[in-house]
Design a protein around this ligand. Structure first.
Ligand code: ATP
Ligand code: MG
Length: 891
């Protein structure tokens, strides 16, 4: 049965039983504690913690998951993918253990004809929390045991385990509870008898049922936590690994051989000319390739671009690992253009977005492979030099710090270094390499800890949030009478604050816009008779709760106080102008570069905006001018700016742009400029029509990381000020150069040409002057040994002139045994030595003499016997250089 069909069956089973079908969230769903969604329950977290009310009692989903921790397991175990799909059913205070167990049993063992998965009930094992591990469960999870027995599972296939294996919590205070895992026995060929407690490879975990029934007040570890109270309404969260079920049902040995993955392995085998199944190491490489290519595809589809930090780095690592694995399989040509389309073809049935995003995804992936190939090429050069040096020094080992440098500076993977070193007949000092890597990891960890220390405690906010969300009235009203609902200082709720204090204030309702969607927070004041507060920042630290960071200027601030909340109207107008201008830039870029251009971030505040987007190449000067033109045309067009609320699906169908990773509810706000000219999902504030923006001045465009570019622009008054300042500058320049602004370029070009010819003239004159001195210089020759020597320091005389001079002098002295040695040079010292025929007959060699002199200048030299030149880095050695020549001739 195809993987997509198993997915459908699961979802059908639960929707038939009344569950709401919830589409998979994006892998980059915005949960600040996670890099990527790693389990089906992530998008439902706030319903489980009670931070939000669940809009349904039961739900089912097939969630895209990425587990970066499993990256090293891939290909080595049979059951871990970096990307995988987790089917789940969820109950928010509706059914509990009995419902969850009956549903799972029915689906797992139900016949295929009846919509089940058709596993043999005799092959099913489960684990539950055993007795004696927690005082609240002295008999273990006896309830779960009884329920498993009641569906027909014999006691010997219900195994008891401890808290580490069969108790679930979130790692932080909140819901927790025992869980029960379902395993399928793959048979004696895969390992010993004895159930999952003995062998987790033969007995394969396919499904985990979590019974959330307690509220935890503190969590120190999986098996060390304090229980606050039983949950008044217990919940169900389950996760079934789709790939694991698929490989069992498809009669395969591991998850990489299922229909959604295996064709990539086949392609890798074809490209490398190796047979899958012939050699263990090669097989692991092919599995790694197939897994990583698919994970890369899914991550890029959800908007991740390769980079050096966080999500981008994980993606980069996956793509590079697959390129490198192919290289180790012997394929040196680009591989992603061969492999990625195959993965796309396999995933599009379940995930149509891989097709709609394909143009962008493939361009980004292929560019990343190209850049990695360049890295490999330069790393290979460094590697070759290191090998040559090691061999020349008679070593059989490549030093650990060299392997580390290759890894650290050139991104050269260690296993590639090992492989290439062994081809070159060398070993690598792995112990030293590992030590250096360890040091680096420790540094990185210390960094991460330092950053984490700054993380805020959200407990106080959650407490204040219990009274409900903060209504935002600021779309229509900028001045609102309100009441102080709570004051927070250093993460704790406090009753009051004094003049000079900086605290956070939650109001009953607010006109202040909290920073979101790229728009900076409003500025303004909170006042009451005898009380004045400056609003410094406005944020929404937990969903729906607006928090104003204020400075108490005057009076005592107390919880419950009535205040007048006033947004700075001029700043707000600036914010609206900048935000609408940001939408215009987005639409204009898509007009200019095509629909594969996607927003990757933005920030705007009064007078300024920046907008990040994915692109593999920069904008030409013409394109930048065109962009500015389109943007300002849209401003002048005075497009109406309107907004309306509608279901998410409807907005998407209308082509509304959404930010990757942004959480959108079922009902969204869509902002339109001139109807369909620009449509974006947006919660920000905007001008009523685009002419209110006035003017947009594009500052520039550049790269801010692999595949991401940024445009910056000034808006309205700031845009005008800059144009005005530039015009003033042009005016000053024109005055200084005594010309008209439109003649400026001509004038400067002429000046530059004049300057160049004047410089040439000066150089010629100087040479002539020097040559005019030849007689005097020749007369200054002294006898050294058998020859006459002219040795002079000529600081500032360039190499070309020195040469001309040296040859002129030699001509003058050609009838005698004579050596001319001149040291000069402009930026760096240069030494020239010329010899006459007679001097050479007497044994003087220009090349040797230059070498001796250059050594004193911190450099090297060489050349023929009659004329030679050398250079150095330190002109302070000039006298010593001349003396060295004299000595060499005398000796
Ligand atoms: P394991 O111990 O095998 O790593 P887990 O305990 O980490 O599994 P859960 O967190 O309970 O798994 O996830 C629920 C289900 O998701 C598992 O029962 C399994 O079927 C599936 N699953 C978990 N991790 C992976 C993975 N890396 N690749 C494929 N499926 C996975
Ligand atoms: Mg795991």
């Amino acid at each position: 049965m195809k993987t997509a069909e198993i997915r459908r069956r699961f979802l059908d089973h639960f929707t038939a039983a009344g569950h709401t079908l919830v589409p998979s969230a994006s892998l980059v769903y915005n949960d600040p504690t996670l890099l990527f969604v790693n389990a089906g329950m992530v998008p439902f977290k706030s319903y489980f913690t009670g931070a939000e009310d669940a809009p349904y009692d039961t739900a089912t989903s097939c969630q895209k998951c990425v587990r970066t921790l499993d990256i090293e397991e891939v290909g080595k175990t049979t059951r871990h993918g970096t990307f995988f799909q987790m089917n789940g059913n969820f109950s928010f205070g509706d059914y509990f253990k009995e419902g969850a167990i009956q549903h799972a049993w029915k689906l797992v063992t139900g016949s295929v004809g009846d919509g089940g998965l058709g596993f043999d009930p005799d092959k099913v094992w489960v684990t539950v929390l055993g007795p004696g591990h927690h005082p609240d469960f002295p008999e273990g999870d006896a309830e779960a045991v009884a329920l498993w027995r009641s569906v027909g599972l014999p006691d010997e296939r219900i195994q008891r385990r401890d808290l580490k294996d069969n108790y679930w919590n979130m790692g932080v205070p909140g819901p927790g509870g025992p869980c029960s895992e379902i395993y399928i026995d793959r048979g004696p060929a895969y390992g010993p008898e004895g159930g999952p407690v003995v062998d987790e490879d033969r007995f394969l975990e396919i499904w985990n049922l979590v019974f959330m029934q307690q509220e935890l007040s503190a969590v120190r570890a999986k098996d060390d936590f304090d229980v606050l109270r039983p949950l008044p309404k217990p919940n169900i969260d389950t996760g079934m690994g789709l790939e694991r079920v698929a490989y069992l049902m498809q009669g395969k040995d591991n998850m990489y051989e299922i229909d959604q993955i295996f064709p990539v392995i086949e392609k890798a085998a074809e490209l490398s000319g190796k047979r899958y199944g012939a050699n263990h190491d090669d097989d692991v490489r092919m599995r790694v390739v197939a897994d990583h290519v698919r994970s890369g595809l899914m991550l890029m589809t959800d908007g991740v671009t390769p980079g050096n930090e966080a999500r981008g780095y994980v993606l980069r690592r996956l793509l590079r690992r697959s390129v490198r694995a192919m290289r180790l399989l012997g394929v040196h040509d680009p591989v992603l253009p061969e492999l990625l389309p195959i993965s796309k073809g396999l995933m599009e049935e379940s995930y149509p977005e891989v097709t709609s995003e394909w143009a962008r995804v493939s361009a980004s992936a292929y560019a990343e492979e190209e850049s990695f190939r360049r890295t490999l090429a330069s790393g290979t050069q460094i590697f070759d030099v290191a090998v040559r040096n090691a061999k020349a020094a008679g070593q059989t080992t490549l030093a650990g710090d060299q392997a580390f440098q290759l890894h650290d500076t050139y991104g050269f993977p260690i296993d590639l270094t090992l492989e290439m070193a062994s081809e070159a007949g060398l070993e690598v000092d792995r112990a030293e390499f590992t030590r250096l890597m360890g040091e680096q990891k420790a540094r990185a960890k210390a960094d991460a800890r330092a950053k984490k220390g700054g993380a805020v405690n959200t407990e106080a906010y959650r407490q204040l949030r219990e009274a409900g969300e903060t209504p935002f009235l600021g779309f229509t009203d900028l001045t609102v009478p309100s009441r102080v609902r709570g004051i927070v200082r250093d993460g704790a709720v406090v009753p009051s604050a004094q003049p000079g204090d900086v605290v956070e204030v939650v109001l009953a309702e607010t006109p202040f816009y909290a920073e979101a969607g790229g728009q900076d927070a409003d500025a303004g004041v909170l006042t009451a008779p005898g009380l004045a507060l400056d609003v410094l920042d406005v944020q929404r630290p937990v969903q729906g709760l607006v928090v104003h960071k204020v400075l108490v200027n005057e009076g005592e601030l107390t919880a419950g106080a009535e205040v007048l909340a006033q947004v700075d109207a001029a700043a707000r107008l600036g914010a609206c102008q900048a935000h609408t201008a940001t939408h215009i830039v987005n639409a204009a870029l898509r007009q200019l570069l095509g629909d594969t251009t996607h927003q990757a971030g933005s920030y705007n505040k009064p007078g300024y905006l920046r907008f990040d987007f994915n692109a593999t190449a920069g904008l030409s000067t013409d394109a930048k001018a065109e962009l500015e033109g389109i943007v300002n045309q849209a401003v002048r067009g005075n497009f109406a700016v309107t907004d309306r609320e509608m279901p998410l699906d409807e907005a998407k169908a209308l082509g509304a742009q959404a930010m990757f990773g942004e959480k959108y509810g079922n009902v969204v706000r869509m902002v339109e400029l001139n109807g369909a000219w620009s449509r974006e999902l947006c919660g920000g504030t905007h001008v009523g029509s685009t002419a209110q923006i006035g003017l947009v001045n594009l500052l520039g465009e550049g790269s801010i990381g692999s595949g991401i570019r940024r445009v910056e622009a000034l808006v309205s008054g700031d845009a005008f000020s800059r144009f005005a300042a530039e015009r003033a500058l042009v005016g000053t320049l024109a005055d200084t150069l005594k010309t008209q602004p439109d003649q400026l370029v001509d004038r400067v070009e002429k000046l530059l040409a004049q300057l160049k010819s004047a410089e040439k003239e000066i150089a010629d004159l100087r040479t002539q002057q020097l040559l005019g001195n030849l007689d005097a210089l020749a007369a200054s020759a002294t006898d050294v040994g058998a020859v006459k020597l002219v040795a002079r320091a000529m600081p500032g005389v360039g190499g070309g002139d020195l040469r001309t001079l040296a040859m002129g002098l030699r001509d003058k002295l050609s009838s005698q045994p004579a050596v001319v040695a001149l040291v000069g040079g402009e930026a760096k010292p240069v030494v020239i030595v010329a010899t006459t025929d007679a001097a050479r007959a007497a044994g003087a060699k220009a090349g040797q003499l230059v070498d001796v002199a250059a050594a004193q200048l911190g450099g090297k030299g060489g050349g023929k016997d009659d004329l030679a030149q050398g250079g150095g880095s330190d002109a302070a050695g000039t006298d010593a250089a001349l003396a060295a020549i004299r000595d060499a001739l005398a000796g």
